[in-house]
Design a protein around this ligand. Structure first.
Ligand code: NAD
Length: 256
């Protein structure tokens, strides 16, 4: 049902972004994949996704830490009916030890990029007469954990930006919502395991069960396919009146 629509997914050469891109392509959308790299594998990924789903898939390099690159991504895409702001990074450290450069990078990539891409995409959605902005926030957009100051601040900011975008488009056939995943076993989570093992002096298995999934009452990781399915739902007519809100896909995390 998304035939003829184009989806731009930031940070989509791995993890949740890639999973969402696959599900949107499966539903018929043409896709623009993105990351800050410009490797042969990135373009090969676009080719294989196009072949698998029978849609057009392009890979466009753009660094989401830079406002001008964020806007250039949308300009190069040319059309953007569905914008998925997904690019994100993480750093874990207590506030006094938190490197200022990491704070700046996390705010830029996880929060400011969504402002810049949305600013560039809304005029294209208005011209097309339809649009969906889907921001990938986090359970950490609604709750906090120690040692994740920049990430939690950025994700709460994404939830705020989601509400403002929804209000500014409320009278139009454009919606904006945030998906709030709990833990999904992707590279960003893999990379946190060694730090958490050190911080908590625990084995890998104990970090997964007692630190990560301890917050997730289901006791299971959520999957990238479930994030993709939620994004597809937000693009469906059933979701036409869903705007300015958050959808948690977190195994019960935020019910605790
Ligand atoms: P990931 O590390 O697999 O993916 C992050 C993506 O962002 C990659 O494609 C990476 O290339 C891209 N990226 C990083 N820096 C970039 C930059 N400067 N410019 C462009 N692209 C850049 O991690 P993921 O788990 O798939 O995370 C995707 C999103 O989901 C993030 O916003 C993350 O905060 C959010 N999230 C993840 C989880 C989880 O448990 N995995 C939970 C809640 C929210």
């Amino acid at each position: 049902f998304l035939g003829g629509k184009t989806a731009v997914v930031t940070g989509s050469n791995s993890g949740i972004g890639l999973g969402i891109a696959h599900e949107l392509a499966r539903a018929g959308a043409d896709v623009v994949l993105n990351s800050f790299t410009d490797a042969p594998e990135d373009h090969a990924l676009a080719e294989s996704m196009a072949r698998e789903h029978g849609v057009k898939v392009r890979y466009i390099q753009a660094d989401m830490s830079k406002g001008a690159d964020c806007r250039a991504l949308i300009e190069k895409a040319g059309t953007c009916d569905i914008l998925v702001n997904n690019a994100g990074i993480q750093h874990v450290a207590p506030i006094p030890d938190f490197p200022a450069g990491k704070w700046d990078a996390i705010i830029a990539i996880n929060l400011s990029s969504a402002f810049h891409t949305t600013a560039a995409a809304l005029p294209l959605m208005r011209k097309a007469g339809w649009g969906r902005v889907i921001n990938i926030a986090s359970a950490h957009g609604l709750t906090a954990s120690e040692y994740k100051s920049a990430y939690v601040a950025a994700k709460h900011g994404v939830v705020g930006l989601t509400k403002v975008t929804a209000l500014e488009t409320a009278k139009e056939p454009i919606t904006c919502n945030a998906i709030c995943p709990g833990y999904v076993l992707t590279p960003i989570v893999e990379k946190q395991i060694p730090d958490q093992m050190k911080t908590h002096n625990m084995s890998r298995e104990d970090v997964i069960a007692k630190v990560m999934l301890q917050r997730q009452p289901s006791g299971q990781f959520a999957t990238v396919e479930q994030m993709g399915g939620t994004a597809v739902f937000l693009c469906s007519p059933a979701a036409d009146q869903i705007t300015g809100t958050t959808i948690s896909v977190d195994g019960g995390w935020t019910a605790l």
